[in-house]
Design a protein around this ligand. Sequence first.
Ligand code: ADP
Length: 225
Amino acid sequence: MSNYIVLFGSPGSGKGTQAKLLKRCLQAPHISTGDMLRERIAQGTELGFRVAARMHAGALVLDDTVNGMVAGRLGQRDAKDGFILDGYPRTTPQAQFLCEWLDERGIREVVIHLAVDYNSIIARLMGRRQCPRCGTLYNIVSRPPKREGLCDLDGEKLAIREDDREEVIRERLNAYDRQTRPVLEFYRTAGRRLTEVDASSDPPEKVFDKICQAIDVHDCAQDAR
Ligand code: ADP
């Protein structure tokens, strides 16, 4: 088994949800490039300013920017014994960069591909809501909050992410097809550990069980519930 996990999948495939479950189970940091970029924008940093327009249009941020940010994060102490990467790599040059970074340190990662069909993805992204305060994710169809529009944990008004609007969703899915899907072929050809999990119709807990089986972790699936 490996504690170095790369969660791979299209927007809306459930990477964020599974990453949160894995984080609790593996005691490893959840590193989401989307969250990191949104933080930079909220903090008003120079990097945030540079990436905001691309992100809000549903386009990918440039490889050098993301690679530098990820290398800095992976080099931190808490990621030494494991990490859960979510949303990275998203292009073949990013995958090459990551493989070199890991190889230089003798780290063997496992890539988990969350496979979801196109229609489920659209439905999930359109229904997605998030608490701006604590980050909890909801879906108005499959995981509604107890009180409409309000977070179960802190009562905060739920928000729709800037890029979860229909025209932006289409652009993000285009970017996935053009730039991200080929990364799977890169991993296959490079002979890295790649495992596919069907994440189309099962609830998150079931998908998590399948991930645990795939990475050979057996005492975690129950804890995560
Ligand atoms: P989702 O996977 O649902 O699209 P994310 O939060 O992972 O959501 O990403 C949101 C946006 O952040 C992407 O559309 C893109 O603009 C930017 N982004 C995140 N990760 C990367 C990355 N590895 N490379 C380039 N852009 C990225």
